[in-house]
Design a protein around this ligand. Structure first.
Ligand SMILES: Nc1ncnc2c1ncn2[C@@H]1O[C@H](COP(=O)(O)OP(=O)(O)OP(=O)(O)O)[C@@H](O)[C@H]1O
Length: 300
C-alpha cells in the first residue's frame, strides 16, 4: 500500500512579466485526505500545480513532496501521479495498448495496466479503441494513467470538468477511496459545489493569493451574517458598495455583501442614488462563503 507524503508550498511566487500569477503561496496538503484546490478561473491554480510538478520554475519559494522537489524525486512516477489537462489519447489505440506504452516507457510492471484498468472500471472496455470512448471514459483512462506507478500522491487538475452526473458520482467515491488508502489527493476546481461532496480540506486562492485553508467545515460560516441586495442597475450598486469598502460577490439573487445590517446597505444605495429591487439578510451556505472569500481576494 503506497504511503502518501505531504505536499508543501512554502512562499511560492510566480511572475509572468508584469503579472503576479501566484503570490507568496504557503500551505500543506495532508496524506489520507482529499484536498480541494479552489479558486475562480485565472486565480493561479494551474500555474501553482505546474510549479509543483517541476514544469514551471517558481520566481521564489519551493513546492515539495515530503520535502523533495518533483525534479529531485528518485522515483517520480511511483511517488506522484498527475493529470494536468484533459489527456489526449491516440484514437486508434485501445486503452490497454495506451497504458502499456506508458508502462513500458516508465519501466513499470506490465501487470499494472490491468490492475489500474480494473480500478477505474474500464476492464471490459480495455480492448476497445479510445476514439470511441465517451468523455467520462477518457477521464477514467486519464486517471488510470496517473495510477500506473501506484503513487502515494495524486495531483489532478479539474478532474470533474465536463463529466456527466454518473461520472461525477463515480469520481467522488473514487477520490475518497484513494485518500482512504492513505494517499495524498489534491484536486483543483473553480467550483466549490463540484468538489464539495468529495473533499475533506480546502485551499482557496484568488488573484494568486491564499484566501482560506482548512477543513471544509471551516467554510461553514453560518454565524457570519450576509446581506443579499439587487438593483435594476447592478453595476452602479456594486460600485457604491466597493466605494463604501464592502466586499461583495455575485449570487443567484443579486449581490452577496459581507455585512450584517440590511439598513446599512439601503443607506449606501440611497446615498449613491441607486434603486434597490431586493434587500434581505442571508445566512450563508458553503458556496456563498466561497464566493465571498474569492471576491475579497488580494490585488495582483
Ligand atoms: N505562460 C504564461 N504567460 C503569461 N501569463 C500567464 C501564463 N500562464 C498563466 N498566466 C497568467 O497567470 C494567471 C493565472 O493563470 P492560471 O492558469 O494559473 O489560473 P487558473 O486558476 O488555473 O485558471 P484556469 O482555471 O482558468 O486555468 C492568469 O492571469 C494567466 O493569464
Amino acid at each position: 500500500m503506497p504511503i502518501g507524503v505531504p505536499i508543501e508550498f512554502a512562499g511560492v511566487s510566480k511572475r509572468f512579466g508584469a503579472v503576479a500569477a501566484v503570490n507568496d503561496l504557503s500551505f500543506t496538503v495532508e496524506p489520507g485526505r482529499v484536498t480541494g484546490f479552489l479558486g475562480p478561473n485565472g486565480a493561479g491554480k494551474t500555474t501553482s500545480l505546474r510549479m509543483l510538478l517541476g514544469l514551471v520554475r517558481p520566481s521564489s519559494g519551493t513546492a515539495t513532496f515530503g520535502g523533495v522537489p518533483y525534479r529531485q524525486l528518485s522515483n517520480p512516477l511511483t511517488t506522484v501521479g498527475a493529470a494536468l489537462e484533459a489527456a489526449s489519447f491516440h484514437p486508434g489505440r485501445t486503452a490497454r495498448h495506451h497504458l502499456g506504452v506508458y508502462a513500458a516507457a516508465a519501466g513499470l510492471d506490465k501487470a499494472r495496466v490491468d490492475i489500474v484498468l480494473g480500478k477505474v472500471g474500464l476492464s471490459e472496455y480495455a480492448d476497445r479503441r479510445v476514439g470511441g470512448y465517451s468523455l467520462g471514459m477518457r477521464q477514467r483512462l486519464g486517471l488510470a494513467g496517473t495510477l500506473l506507478g501506484d503513487p502515494g500522491v495524486l495531483v489532478l487538475d479539474e478532474p470533474i470538468n465536463g463529466l456527466d452526473p454518473e461520472g461525477i458520482k463515480w469520481i467522488r467515491l473514487f477520490l475518497r477511496e484513494l485518500a482512504a488508502e492513505g494517499r495524498t489527493v489534491l484536486v483543483s476546481s473553480h467550483l466549490l459545489s463540484e468538489v464539495q461532496q468529495s473533499v475533506d480540506d480546502v485551499v482557496i486562492i484568488a488573484k494568486g493569493q491564499l484566501v482560506h485553508r482548512g477543513p471544509l467545515s471551516s467554510l461553514d460560516t453560518e454565524q457570519v451574517p450576509h446581506v443579499i441586495v439587487n438593483s435594476p442597475t447592478p453595476e452602479a450598486l456594486a460600485a457604491a458598495l466597493t466605494a463604501a469598502g464592502l466586499s461583495h460577490a455575485p449570487a443567484r439573487a443579486g449581490l452577496l455583501v459581507a455585512a450584517g445590517d440590511p439598513a446599512q446597505i439601503g443607506h449606501i444605495a440611497f446615498a449613491a442614488g441607486v434603486e434597490i429591487s431586493v434587500l434581505h439578510r442571508q445566512e450563508t451556505g458553503l458556496e456563498d462563503s466561497f464566493l465571498s472569500l474569492v471576491a475579497g481576494g488580494g490585488e495582483r
